[in-house]
Design a protein around this ligand. Structure first.
Ligand code: BEZ
Length: 406
């Protein structure tokens, strides 16, 4: 028997034994029910996120958002206390599956939360599919996770990579931008983000002049900026995030391109970086499923609570982490903390409406958010919402997922 199957068999036996003991104890009047016996232990949550490297700030924001949601839920899930097991995945795809395997099969987490980087995510999806562990993706947009590789136990509270980029294609054409150079980190997220933009831009009559790539997590942009200056397109669509996005926005201004060529992207380009770039991002327009100044009581309360708890301004990553906490809380509430009732937890997570700072949203049948994509503009230290680029976007369509019966 493989190590993996042996561990799972051991886990099943433990649950069966636990049920038998719980039943006998209940009969003896010691413990009213197995649900209470399980309710007594802590829910173990594996947080596998980047806490170092170019995406470190994203990992921290997601963790903060998740913990804020749990804190607002009385610090518990379905009445049970929580134990966190935290692992820095370093945005390193080659270690993704091994790290996820450690959390699931060595540390025996009940829920696996993570991650940011699409390449690392593929390893997590593999382990989640093999083990059946409840898995919530709070950022990484790799489309396969909620398309070809979708599974009942895998949920995403963020986006699929092309989803926030797709509406920008029409926004660009409507602004009179006819020719575009695309530029992105050369890995899944960059490729799928560019594809989403390109699909809609070309559909509306735009022309892609050239596709440029930089290896992840390289931030040496001088050569591509020189090439863009020579090509003189109307616009440039980019995918960079975190520390890399901050460096790119500063370099764009230093190269003298700001105000000459329209710079656009999915909103990762300007989210969470505005203090660091000191005005270099002013005026940049992007599309994303969140904006700082959404005028709802929910968003205002969230921003206040987050700033008070962490002495930081929240961003889209914090919102995605917060929504992951809300989603799990809804699932655990439905079973009063009995993590063994996975079918019921999944059913509750499938039907809940998440009252998010981004606006209310629900899961598609592929377990990816169906959500509004906002058009935002950087004004001072704010990614200000200036319109809705596309309402209730389900992208890629949920029909790409043949969800196994559950
Ligand atoms: C990704 O790798 O999926 C990703 C990373 C940062 C921001 C958006 C997407």
């Amino acid at each position: 028997m493989s190590e993996f199957r042996r561990l799972n068999a051991g886990r099943r036996k433990f649950l069966q034994d636990g049920a038998a003991v719980g039943g006998a104890a209940a009969l003896a009047g010691l413990v009213p029910s197995i649900a209470m016996a399980q309710g007594a232990g802590k829910v173990k949550i594996g947080m596998m996120l980047p806490y170092s490297g170019t995406y470190a700030q994203l990992g921290v924001a997601i963790t903060n958002g998740f913990k804020l949601a749990i804190q607002e839920n009385g610090g518990k899930l379905g009445g049970r206390d929580i134990e966190y097991v935290t692992l820095d995945d370093e945005s390193e795809p080659s270690k993704g599956a091994d790290n996820a395997n450690r959390l699931v099969n060595r540390d025996k987490v009940d829920v696996l939360v993570g991650t940011v980087h699409s390449g690392v995510q593929m390893g997590m999806v593999k382990i989640a599919r093999e083990s059946g562990v409840l898995h919530i993706i709070p950022n990484a947009g790799v489309e396969a996770a909620t398309a070809q590789l979708c599974a009942p136990n895998i949920f995403r509270t963020s986006f699929a990579n092309g989803q926030p980029a797709y509406p920008m294609g029409k926004v660009a054409v409507d602004k009179g931008i006819k020719s575009v150079v695309t530029l992105a980190w050369k890995y899944g997220a960059g490729e799928e983000s560019v594809n989403g933009f390109k699909e809609n831009f070309v559909r509306h009559g735009g022309k892609i002049v050239k596709e440029l790539w930089v290896p992840f997590p390289n931030v040496e942009f001088q050569a591509v900026l020189t090439e863009i200056a020579a090509l003189k397109p109307d616009g440039v669509f980019v995918f960079f995030a975190g520390g890399g996005a901050a460096k790119f926005v500063r370099d764009w201004q230093a190269a003298g391109l700001k105000g000459k060529i329209a710079l656009m992207g999915a909103g990762f380009l300007t989210d969470g970086i505005l203090e660091a770039v000191g005005g270099a991002a002013e005026g940049i327009e992007t599309t994303l499923h969140y904006g700082d100044g959404i005028e709802t009581p929910k968003n205002k309360a969230f921003r206040l609570a987050y700033a008070k708890a962490f002495k930081l301004q929240p961003d889209v990553y914090a919102v995605q982490g917060y929504d992951a906490g809300l989603l799990l809380a809804a699932g655990m509430k439905a079973v009063k903390g009995d993590i063994g009732k996975k079918k019921e937890i999944i059913a509750a997570m499938e039907k809940v409406e998440i009252d998010s700072p981004r606006g209310k949203w629900r899961m598609s049948t592929a377990h990816n958010p169906i959500q509004d994509i906002y058009l935002r503009k950087v004004v001072g230290l704010e990614n200000r919402v200036i319109g809705v680029a596309q309402r209730a976007l389900d992208y890629p369509p949920a029909s790409k997922c043949k969800m196994p019966p559950h």
